[in-house]
Design a protein around this ligand. Structure first.
Ligand SMILES: NC(=O)c1ccc[n+]([C@@H]2O[C@H](COP(=O)([O-])OP(=O)(O)OC[C@H]3O[C@@H](n4cnc5c(N)ncnc54)[C@H](OP(=O)(O)O)[C@@H]3O)[C@@H](O)[C@H]2O)c1
Length: 264
C-alpha cells in the first residue's frame, strides 16, 4: 500500500480519515498530506508526521490518491484549482455529499478513475459503514480504495443511483441509532438506573446486538427469537412498541429523510 495520499480539506471528515489511516497502519504518516487554507487547526497531524499544506497543486502533484473532503459548494473552485496537475497516475475519491461522479468528471475533463464514498462519523474510530461507487476504475484500483475504507470500518460497493439511500441508511443512520439508544437511557432511568449506568448498558447492548448480526450473519428476527420466551417480558414489551408504531415510525422517518435528499 505505497501510494501517496493527499486529503484535500482537513476538516472533521478529512482529519478523521487521516487519523484512521495512521492508526490502522494502512500507510505511513509520511505518505499522507492534508491540505486546508488555515493549517493551524491541523498542527496535531503534523506532529504525527503528516505533511500539512495549503498548496493543493503541490500536494496533488506529489500524490497518487486524492481524497476530496471539502464542502459541496467548494468542489468546483477547488478542483478547478488543481486539475491542471492531474495525470494518469491519479485516483480521485470524493466523500462530498451530493456531488455526482459525473460532476467531478465534467470539471476535470480527463478520463481518470473517480470514486464516490459515503462514510459516517464512526470513521473517527475506524467503525464507519462506507458505501462506495466508481467510474473508470480497474479492479486493482477498486481493490485499493476498498482496502483503504476497510481500514476505517466496513465497506460495500453500490450503484451510484443508491448513494442518496446510502446517505440516509448509513450516515443519517448514526443519528437514528443515537435516538434509539437515548430512548433506552430514558426508559432505563425510569426503571431505576442512574443516567451514566443506563448509558453504558444501552450503548453496549446495542453494540452487542449489532455484533451478533454482523458476526453470525443472522436476521434480527432470528436473534429476537432467542430472547423471547412465550408469555415472557420481552415479547410483551416488543408488541407494545409495535402497537405504538415503533417499526412504522422508523420506516417513515427513513423515507422522509430520503425524500428530503431527493426532492430538496
Ligand atoms: N462529517 C461527516 O460525517 C460526513 C459524512 C459523509 C460525508 N461528508 C462530507 O464530507 C465533506 C466534508 O465534511 P466535513 O464535516 O469534514 O466539513 P468541514 O469540517 O467543514 O471540512 C471542510 C474543510 O475543507 C477545507 N477547505 C476549504 N477550502 C479549501 C481549499 N481551497 N483547499 C483545501 N481545503 C479547503 C476547510 O478548511 P479551511 O477553511 O481552513 O480551508 C475545512 O477544514 C462534506 O462535503 C460533507 O458533506 C461528511
Amino acid at each position: 500500500m505505497n501510494k501517496k495520499i493527499t486529503i484535500i480539506g482537513g476538516g472533521n471528515l478529512g482529519t478523521a480519515i487521516a487519523e484512521g489511516l495512521i492508526k490502522s497502519q494502512f500507510c505511513q504518516p509520511r505518505d499522507i498530506t492534508v491540505t486546508k487554507r488555515n493549517t493551524a487547526t491541523i498542527q496535531h497531524l503534523a506532529e504525527k508526521g503528516v505533511t500539512i499544506s495549503s498548496d493543493n497543486v503541490a500536494a496533488v502533484r506529489n500524490s497518487e490518491l486524492i481524497i476530496l473532503a471539502i464542502k459541496p459548494f467548494q468542489v468546483s473552485d477547488v478542483v478547478n484549482g488543481f486539475k491542471k496537475v492531474l495525470t494518469a497516475k491519479h485516483l480521485l475519491v470524493s466523500v462530498v455529499t451530493g456531488v455526482l461522479i459525473a460532476d467531478i468528471e465534467n470539471i476535470i475533463k480527463k478520463k481518470l478513475p473517480v470514486f464516490r464514498a459515503m462514510p459516517n462519523t464512526a470513521i473517527a474510530i475506524q467503525q464507519s459503514m462506507t458505501c462506495i461507487s466508481y467510474s473508470n476504475a480497474t479492479t486493482a484500483q477498486t481493490n485499493f480504495v476498498t482496502a483503504l475504507f476497510a481500514n476505517l470500518g466496513k465497506v460495500t460497493v453500490i450503484d451510484e443511483k443508491l448513494m442518496d439511500a446510502a446517505t440516509v441508511l448509513g450516515a443519517c443512520g448514526t443519528a437514528y441509532a443515537m435516538r434509539y439508544i437515548r430512548a433506552n437511557i430514558q426508559g432505563g432511568i425510569e426503571i431505576g438506573f442512574d443516567s451514566a449506568t443506563a448509558n453504558l448498558i444501552a450503548a453496549q447492548t446495542v453494540k452487542g446486538a449489532a455484533e451478533l448480526l454482523l458476526q453470525n450473519g443472522t436476521h434480527p428476527e432470528q436473534e429476537i427469537d432467542k430472547v423471547t420466551t412465550p408469555k415472557g417480558c420481552t415479547i410483551v414489551g416488543l408488541n407494545e412498541m409495535e402497537h405504538q408504531g415503533f417499526s412504522s415510525s422508523l420506516i417513515k422517518g427513513i423515507a422522509t429523510s430520503y425524500h428530503k435528499i431527493v426532492n430538496g
